[in-house]
Ligand binder design. Structure first.
Ligand code: PAF
Length: 277
């Protein structure tokens, strides 16, 4: 496994690869969710490239960029175990030099949910992912369903900018009690970790209500919110039952829908989602 920082070097290595290249962009502090992406990339491609880069541009001024967990040596050891070919660890200086002034702004799908709660977040994500795609030139790129809106944004970028990269979406990996794997789970104290299970409970409640024939999306949102409010450490940012294609809030469950939520457990903001059949 080669670990490279300079963009010129990764470009040179990429050019030597033949066959398909699977790419997994990450911000490091890897967990089983990331490894599921890497494993699938490994199965489906001749070569696998993983990037590790904590992208300041996607964090708001009061968000956790400085505190975001980092452990490069641990990440590299995990990736060696997955037979990764190249790990790309770019520097801030090369990714965002002082003269940097081109951004990728995606409209519509970014207006709701995470986009509304975290202004500028998707501009940072779309820009860094477009840059990484241009540098790495993958055949396929792998993203987790947990960040459902991020996946939609990236699919939009790839289609609108004619990048010709296949976006592969991998199911959310969960802890035994349902909590979605996230690098931010490390922030949770023991009481908070227990409280965080309320997210998955609310999502499974939504799914069950849908299965039981409830069609009124507002009723489902209200029941999810009531359940979350029984947890004293939880503070709702949003609870959404939305069209799974557009993320527009639904009043009636008459098409494929996604239950999404963002909840603060103490100071930690967690997101999760579940498709409703
Ligand atoms: O999902 C993430 O970890 C990040 O948003 C990504 C796609 C690596 C871009 O920084």
């Amino acid at each position: 496994m080669q670990v490279v920082g300079p963009i010129l070097e990764i470009r040179a290595l990429r050019q030597k690869l033949s066959g398909t290249v699977g790419f997994v962009p990450t911000m490091g502090f890897l967990h089983e969710g990331h490894l599921a992406l890497v494993k699938q990339a490994r199965m489906e491609n001749s070569a696998v490239i993983v990037s590790i880069y904590v992208n300041l541009a996607q964090f708001g001024p009061r968000e956790d960029f400085r505190a975001y967990p980092r452990d490069l040596n641990r990440d590299l050891a995990l990736l060696r175990g997955e037979d990764v070919d190249i790990v790309f660890v770019p520097s801030d200086d090369e990714m965002y030099p002082p003269e940097f002034s081109s951004w990728v702004d995606v409209e519509k799908v970014t207006e709701r949910l995470e986009g509304a709660s975290r202004p500028g977040h998707f501009r940072g994500v779309a820009t860094v992912v477009a840059k990484l795609f241009n540098i790495v030139q993958p055949s396929r790129a792998y993203f987790g369903q947990k960040d459902a809106q991020q996946v939609m944004v990236i699919k939009r970028v790839v289609a609108d900018l004619n990048m010709g990269i296949e976006i592969v979406v991998v199911p959310t990996v969960r802890e035994r009690d349902g909590l979605a794997m996230s690098s931010r789970n490390i922030y949770l104290g023991p009481g908070e970790r227990q409280a965080a299970t309320v997210l998955f409970k609310a999502l499974t409640l939504a799914r069950q209500l849908g299965r039981d024939g409830e069609k009124d999306a507002e009723k489902i949102r209200r029941q999810m919110a009531s359940l979350i409010q029984t947890e004293p450490l939880a503070q709702i940012d949003y609870v959404s039952i939305a069209d799974s294609e557009t993320l527009e809030e639904l009043s009636l469950l008459d098409r494929p829908a996604l239950a999404c939520l963002a909840v603060r457990i103490g100071k930690t903001r967690l997101i999760d989602n579940l498709p409703l059949e």
